[in-house]
Design a binder for this molecule. Structure first.
Ligand code: PLP
Length: 367
């Protein structure tokens, strides 16, 4: 019996594989490989799909965050509050932008940043909060908008796991000045290499990021500002358009699987996170369970033919270069407990109903 993996690109629909091969051939024959018509077309399609006025294709999700921060006027000395339970790239992007990350603790019922802890981290140097829509969940946005509004700080969104998630009629990336997306292959919308985008509704930010992503070049060979090399390839843009055509049905499949997990996983040794506030507010990039016996559960799942991985085993403040990082004065106890207990089980769109049952039975059979 083959393992049920966290991702299974090889079993994707044949029409999708053929569309990707056709896109690759079209681009190879076009002779134009970086920032061209494919990138422009994808930027338009992605902006429309994610309900943003503008989308700027960049090299990866981490760069999208850095470019967003730089375009928003974040400079050395500015503090940005974020979560220690995320891909390391969230924090690294803040550091790369020259700013100072400050880590707040998490809410153990969702794995997301705790608004109470974030409020304790706000000081005179705080310029913004980088909210990570972890696992694909957009939660408690009125609270975050209130907190940022009352302290006159900006709300930045790391949407790398939250393609198409929406709450209160707003799609992720539209709650503050911008939202940063990653198209790393395993993300809900992924390419066949690295890619990312910054979404914004501000024509001013759009113009700034377009200059910053290309060496700070305003017109050919003129550099009014010091930018980066963070351009999106034509090949990745072409592939992304074929995959964007499948994103809605793939996302609905993730939501259906999550609904079954929430209804059918019943085991007192395993705790589920809070269910989504609405069906559309969570796109289930990952499905995470909590247990005091993680190592045993991971091995048990493997024995039952199910791959299970840890996202993330080491919170940011426990990483070697981050030992001295600024944090909530009350400490980061919740995230430390959480990082020892979280385990992700497969929830990708290629899973059959039988696969879903295998995962549920394996979890329910754990003692
Ligand atoms: C993947 C990811 C990133 C970084 O994206 P890359 O494209 O790998 O640079 C940032 N934040 C979160 C939450 C992610 O999951």
């Amino acid at each position: 019996m083959p393992m049920i993996r966290m991702n299974d690109f090889k079993s994707e629909p044949e029409d999708l594989i053929r569309a990707q091969v056709a896109a690759a051939e079209r681009i190879i024959r076009s002779g134009w490989f970086v920032l061209g018509p494919e990138v422009e077309a994808f930027e338009k399609q992605w902006a429309e799909a994610s309900a943003a006025k503008f989308s700027i294709g960049v090299a990866n999700g981490m760069d999208a965050i850095e470019l967003g921060l730089r375009a928003s006027g974040i400079v050395p000395g500015d503090e940005i509050i974020t979560t220690p339970m995320t891909a390391f790239a969230s924090t690294l992007a803040i550091i790369r932008a020259g700013a100072t990350p400050v880590l707040a603790d998490i809410d153990e019922t969702s794995g997301l940043l705790s608004p109470e802890s974030a409020a304790r981290c706000i000081g005179p140097k705080t310029k913004g909060i980088l909210l990570v829509h972890l696992y694909g969940q957009v939660r408690d946005m009125p609270k975050w908008l209130d907190l940022c509004g009352s302290h006159k700080i900006q709300l930045f969104e790391d949407c790398a796991q939250a393609h198409l998630a929406s709450a209160d009629g707003r799609t992720a990336g539209n709650f503050g000045p911008w939202g940063a997306y990653s198209f790393y292959p395993t993300k809900n919308l992924g390419c066949i290499g690295d890619g990312g985008a910054l979404n914004t509704n501000s024509s001013e930010l759009d113009a700034k990021v377009r200059v910053l992503r290309n060496y700070g070049q305003s017109k050919r060979y003129y550099h009014p500002t010091l930018g980066m090399n963070s351009r999106l390839d034509e090949l990745q843009a072409g592939i992304l358009m074929t995959r964007l055509a499948k994103l809605k049905p793939f996302t609905e499949r993730r939501k259906d699987i999550s609904q079954r997990y929430h209804a059918e996983i019943k085991n007192s040794a395993i705790r589920l996170l809070a269910p989504p506030q609405t069906r559309d507010s969570h796109v289930h990039h990952l499905f995470v369970v909590l247990t005091d016996a993680r190592e045993r559960l991971q091995q048990h799942m493997k024995d039952k033919g199910v791959e299970a991985l840890i996202h993330y085993p080491v919170p940011v403040h426990k990483q070697e270069p981050c030992a001295e990082i600024k944090r909530d004065p009350n400490g980061l106890k919740a995230v430390e407990r959480y990082a020892d207990r979280c385990l992700s089980v497969p929830i990708h769109p290629q899973m059959s109903d039988a696969d879903v049952k295998t995962v549920i039975d394996a979890l329910n059979g754990f003692k």
